[in-house]
Design a protein around this ligand. Structure first.
Ligand code: ADP
Ligand code: MG
Length: 704
C-alpha cells in the first residue's frame, strides 16, 4: 500500500466518504496513522443487565422482549431487552422501519453504549449493536479505540481504515531519528502502541481517564489540567514531531507573502456610497479606519493579505461589504466564505439585504446542495454573471471556477487551516486575488507576529454604540435548579435565552442527543415557556426555521449545541446559560457569550461548571467573569493554554494540532524548536515533515 495514496484507494471509501474524512484532516493513507484514538472502550467482557450502572459504558447481551414507537414531543423507538433477572431499554431517535423489524421479539442482541437511567431501570441511547443469529461471535480480545469523528463517519469505518493502514506503520519514514537518542521510541513503535495498546495499557490515548468513566471520557483531548505526567513516551514521541513540524512551517512561512500580481481595484466608489446612504446608523471610526486601510491595499497590484480582527459585534461584516463593493464596482468577483452552514447562511441573508438593492447577483454554495441547484450557479460564476459567491468549504472545491475573482473574504479564519486559505487564493485564474481574513478571536500580538507574519492587521477596537456589557456568573451545576428559576423569571419578562449544551467531540450524534434530552428536561421544568433546540444533526432548513422563529421572538428558550457559537445575531436574547463551561476553550466561551449583549438591555451569562474545579479551570473561568475584552481573554488563554487551544476548535481537521496539546505538552516546546532549527537547514527533510503534518495542500514555495 502507498501511504501517500488518497483515501479513496482504501476499502470502504468512496468520493463522498473521502469528502467527509477530509473534514477530519484525513486525506492520505498516512493521515490515518496520525489520527489517534481519543480513548479506548473495553468490549472484552459482557456485563449482566443486573450489574449495569448508570454513567458507565458497558457491553451487554440480552433478548428482545418487545419494541414500541412512542410519540412524546419526538418520535422514538424503544426496544425492551431482558435477560435473567435484568432488563434494559434501548432508545433510538433516528430510525427507519427496518430498525424496528430487526429487533423482532425473541432475537438476541449484543450492544455497547453509555448506560443511563436509574439503577435497576437502565437505558441506553443509540447503542452500537448487532442482532445475533446463530452462534454469538467471540468477544473482542483487545481494547476498542474511539476516534475523533464527524457527521456521517462511523467509528466502524474509522476502525476499519485504521486496521488497513496499521500494518504499514513500519514503512512510514522516521524523519526525526534524533529523538531516539533522547530515549523515545521510534515512530513505528510509538504509532503501534497508541493505536493498539497492549491489554491493560490505556494511557497511550490522549484522554487518560479510566475506562467506563463516561463523563471524563467525553471531555476529549482539550481537557484542562492534564499535564505531562499523563503522557506516555509514545505520545511524547509524536507530540514532539508535530510541534517540531509546526515550528519548521512557521520558520518557512515567516515573511513569505503571496506571489504574483493582483488586479488594482480603484473604482469611483458609487456602490459603497449608495449603501452608506441607506444605513440607519453611522460607521464607527474604527470601521472607517479599517475601510480606508483596505481600500488602499485594494488599489495596489500587490495582493492584499489582511487580517481584520474585531471582537464579536464590532461590525466586521460591513467592513467586508465595503471591500466587496470596491471589487465588484471595479468589475471583479468576490468569494465570501464562512466556516459553518449556519453562519454562511446568515451572511447570505445580510449580504442579500444590503446588496440586492444595488443589483448585485449572488450565488450561494453550501455543502448540502443538490447538483441541479448548484450547476446553474457554478455556470454563472464561471461566466461572471454573478459577482458574489457566498458559502462554506464548498467554495474551495475544484468544480468552482470564477470568471474574474478579485477578492476572497474569509470569515472566522481560526476555523480554517492555512491550507484552505491557500486553496482559495489559487482560484484567481492567473492573477492572485486580494485576500481578507476576518476573525473574532483576538490574537495576541506576540502570537500574531509569529503565526501571521504574512498578514497585515486591521483592528476594530470599538463597538457600535448602544450596547451594555454582559454580566457573567460562575455557578456550580449543583445549583441548576436556581438557574432554571432564573430563566423562568427572565422569560416571564419577555427576555429570550440560550442554553448551550456541552461539546462532545467524538460524535455529533451524542452532542445532538444531549441537546434533545436537555430540551425535553427543560420543557418538563418550564412548561409555560416555548422551548426549541438546534443542533448539527438537524437538516439545514429545519435548523434555519428554528433560528428564524427565535429571531422573530416566537421561542423563549433556545437549547443549542455550539453551532450557535459564531455569528448568530438576535438582539432580544439577553440571557445565556453555558453548561460544562469548564470544558470549553476561553475563546469559544467568549464567542458564545458574544451572542448576548447585542441589544440595549442588560445581559447576563451563567457559566455552569461541574465541581470541583481545578486551579487552572478556575483561573480560566475567573478571567471570563472579570472581563469581556476579547484581547484580554486571549492573552489569558495564551498564557494558560498556549496557541494550540487559542486557535483550536472542535474538529481535528480544524484544530491547530492533531496530537499535541498545548496544555499538556508545552514543556516540549523548547526542545521541539531546537530540533526544528536543525531540520530547517535540511530542505528535503523540512518539506517531508511539513507535508506529513500540515498536508500537501500547503505551498511552502521556498522549501527545497
Ligand atoms: P461581527 O464583528 O461580530 O461580525 P457584525 O458585522 O455581525 O459583527 O455586526 C453586528 C451588528 O451590528 C449587526 O447587526 C450590524 O448590522 C450592526 N452594526 C454594524 N456596524 C454598526 C454601526 N456602526 N453602528 C451600529 N450598528 C452597527
Ligand atoms: Mg461576524
Amino acid at each position: 500500500m502507498d501511504l501517500d495514496a488518497p483515501l479513496t484507494e482504501l476499502r470502504g471509501v468512496g468520493p463522498k466518504q473521502a469528502e467527509r474524512l477530509a473534514r477530519l484532516g484525513l486525506e492520505r493513507a498516512h493521515d490515518l496513522l496520525l489520527h489517534l484514538p481519543l480513548r479506548f472502550e473495553d468490549r472484552t467482557r459482557l456485563t449482566p443487565l443486573t450489574r449495569l450502572r448508570p454513567g458507565t459504558h458497558a457491553l451487554f447481551e440480552a433478548t428482545v422482549e418487545g419494541t414500541e414507537v412512542v410519540r412524546a414531543r419526538r418520535r422514538m423507538l424503544l426496544v425492551r431487552l431482558r435477560d435473567d433477572g435484568g432488563q434494559i431499554v434501548l432508545r433510538f431517535f433516528h430510525f427507519g422501519p427496518n430498525l424496528q423489524r430487526e429487533f423482532a421479539t425473541g432475537r438476541r442482541v449484543r450492544a455497547f453504549g453509555e448506560i443511563r437511567g436509574l439503577p435497576g431501570l437502565p437505558e441506553c441511547i443509540h447503542p452500537e449493536y448487532s442482532v445475533l443469529r446463530g452462534e454469538p461471535p467471540p468477544l473482542e480480545n483487545a481494547l476498542t479505540p474511539v476516534y475523533p469523528g464527524t457527521e456521517g463517519v462511523s467509528q466502524r469505518l474509522l476502525r476499519g481504515l485504521a486496521a488497513q493502514v496499521l500494518p504499514e506503520t513500519a514503512r512510514l519514514p522516521d524523519l526525526l531519528p534524533e529523538l531516539r537518542a533522547q530515549g523515545l521510541p521510534d515512530l513505528a513503535a510509538a504509532l503501534q502502541e497508541l493505536h493498539q495498546p497492549p491489554p491493560g495499557v490505556t494511557n497511550g490515548a490522549r484522554s487518560l481517564q479510566p475506562i467506563g468513566d463516561a463523563d471524563a471520557s467525553r471531555a476529549g483531548p482539550a481537557k484542562p489540567g492534564v499535564g505531562p505526567e499523563h503522557r506516555s513516551p509514545a505520545l511524547t514521541r509524536l507530540a514532539m514531531e508535530e510541534l517540531c513540524a509546526h515550528q519548521v512551517a512557521l520558520m518557512v512561512n515567516a515573511g513569505q507573502r503571496p506571489k504574483g500580481t493582483a488586479p488594482a481595484l480603484q473604482p469611483e466608489g458609487r456602490l459603497w456610497k449608495a449603501l452608506v446612504a441607506s444605513l440607519p446608523f453611522a460607521l464607527t471610526s474604527a470601521q472607517q479606519r479599517a475601510i480606508a486601510e483596505i481600500g488602499a491595499d485594494l488599489a495596489r497590484e500587490r495582493p492584499m493579505n489582511r487580517l481584520l480582527q474585531g471582537d464579536v459585534g464590532s461590525g466586521k461584516t460591513l467592513v467586508a461589504v465595503a471591500a466587496a463593493l470596491t471589487a465588484i464596482e471595479a468589475g471583479f468577483q468576490v468569494a465570501f466564505m464562512a466556516p459553518t452552514e449556519l453562519l454562511a447562511r446568515q451572511h447570505l441573508r445580510n449580504l442579500a439585504a444590503w446588496l440586492e438593492p444595488l443589483d448585485i447577483g449572488i450565488a450561494w454554495l453550501g455543502g448540502r446542495q443538490k447538483k441541479s441547484e448548484k450547476a446553474p450557479l457554478l455556470a454563472d460564476l464561471a461566466s461572471g454573471q454573478r459577482a458574489l459567491a457566498v458559502g462554506t468549504h464548498a467554495l474551495f472545491q475544484d468544480q468552482v471556477a470564477f470568471h474574474r475573482l478579485g477578492l476572497a473574504i474569509i470569515d472566522e479564519q481560526h476555523r480554517f487551516g492555512v491550507h484552505q486559505r491557500m486553496a482559495l487564493r489559487d482560484k484567481g485564474s492567473g492573477r492572485t486575488p486580494h485576500q481578507m481574513i476576518m476573525t473574532a478571536t483576538p490574537i495576541p500580538r506576540t502570537l500574531a507576529m509569529s503565526l501571521y507574519a504574512d498578514l497585515d492587521p486591521s483592528v476594530l477596537d470599538e463597538r457600535p454604540p448602544g450596547r451594555t456589557p454582559v454580566k457573567t456568573a460562575l455557578i456550580s451545576s449543583e445549583r441548576r435548579d436556581e438557574v432554571i428559576e432564573r430563566i423562568r423569571a427572565a422569560c416571564g419578562e419577555g427576555i429570550q435565552a440560550y442554553w448551550v449544551c456541552p461539546l462532545i467531540e467524538e460524535s455529533e450524534m451524542l452532542e445532538a442527543e444531549a441537546a434533545e434530552s436537555t430540551a425535553e428536561k427543560l420543557r418538563a421544568a418550564l412548561p409555560r415557556l416555548r422551548i426549541e433546540r438546534v443542533h448539527g444533526r438537524m437538516k439545514a432548513p429545519e435548523r434555519d426555521a428554528v433560528m428564524e422563529a427565535f429571531r422573530r421572538g416566537e421561542i423563549d428558550l433556545l437549547v443549542a449545541t455550539t453551532v450557535i457559537e459564531v455569528g448568530v445575531d438576535v438582539p432580544n436574547a439577553s440571557l445565556m446559560i453555558i453548561e460544562n463551561a469548564e470544558r470549553m476553550g476561553l475563546s469559544q466561551l467568549h464567542q458564545l457569550r458574544g451572542r448576548v449583549g447585542r441589544g440595549a438591555r442588560a445581559s447576563a451569562c451563567v457559566l455552569l461548571y461541574r465541581a470541583p474545579l481545578g486551579e487552572t479551570a478556575l483561573e480560566r473561568l475567573e478571567a471570563m467573569r472579570r472581563t469581556d475584552d476579547g484581547f484580554e481573554i486571549a492573552e489569558v488563554d495564551l498564557k494558560i493554554r498556549g496557541p494550540g487551544e487559542m486557535l483550536g476548535t472542535r474538529q481535528t481537521g480544524e484544530r491547530a494540532y492533531r496530537v499535541a496539546d498545548w496544555g499538556r505538552d508545552r514543556d516540549l516546546m523548547d526542545a521541539a524548536t531546537r530540533l526544528a532549527q536543525r531540520v530547517f537547514r535540511d530542505p528535503s527533510r523540512a518539506r517531508a515533515l511539513i507535508q506529513r503534518w500540515l498536508g500537501s495542500a500547503v505551498h511552502y514555495g521556498s522549501v527545497g
